[in-house]
Design a protein around this ligand. Structure first.
Ligand code: AMP
Length: 141
């Protein structure tokens, strides 16, 4: 069975010299917390999906963000017994005051430091990815 494919952005901002990650709370299912992401449409690249979903779900366009195309990670897990791959790039919100604009798919958002983001996300692979991205983001200050 070929995995369902999704793509998104792990977005961070600098706030008072602290790194904060953006998590969105789904308005469906278990109301879990996740970075903006969504399914790759037929014929669409992972990169285009990540940007499109981020604009739809958080309101940020590419010009709001600094993204290194080489810094990405894939999470693989099962949803209802079906494998799913999610490709995430790390992205910096250039102006940390840029407001988040949610879609109907999410009911809340939070900007959180590493440990709180890890706790809220709950999944081990997400925690590891956030740690790795934190190390990269820390070199950016
Ligand atoms: P999502 O892929 O975020 O749309 O979530 C679909 C289902 O997979 C939900 O039940 C989530 O709780 C679950 N899920 C989301 N992320 C992960 C993950 N990193 N590992 C395992 N399950 C996950």
């Amino acid at each position: 069975m070929s995995p369902t494919r999704a793509a998104g952005l792990v977005i961070f901002r600098h706030s008072n010299q602290l790194i904060q990650f953006l998590l969105l709370q789904t308005s469906y299912g278990e109301h879990h917390w996740t970075p903006p992401k969504g399914h790759v449409d037929p014929g669409e690249s992972d990169w285009d999906t990540a940007l499109r979903e981020t604009q739809e779900e958080a309101g940020f366009t590419q010009k709001d963000l600094e993204i290194d195309k080489n810094i990405k990670k894939t999470l693989s897990y099962e949803v209802n017994g079906k494998p799913k791959d999610v490709i995430y790039w790390l992205a910096k919100l250039i102006n940390p005051e840029t407001p988040v604009k949610l879609s109907d798919e999410h009911q809340d958002f939070k900007w959180l430091p590493l440990q709180e983001a890890q706790e809220l996300s709950g999944y081990d692979d997400m925690k590891i990815m956030l740690s790795e991205f934190f190390d990269v983001a820390s070199k950016d200050i």
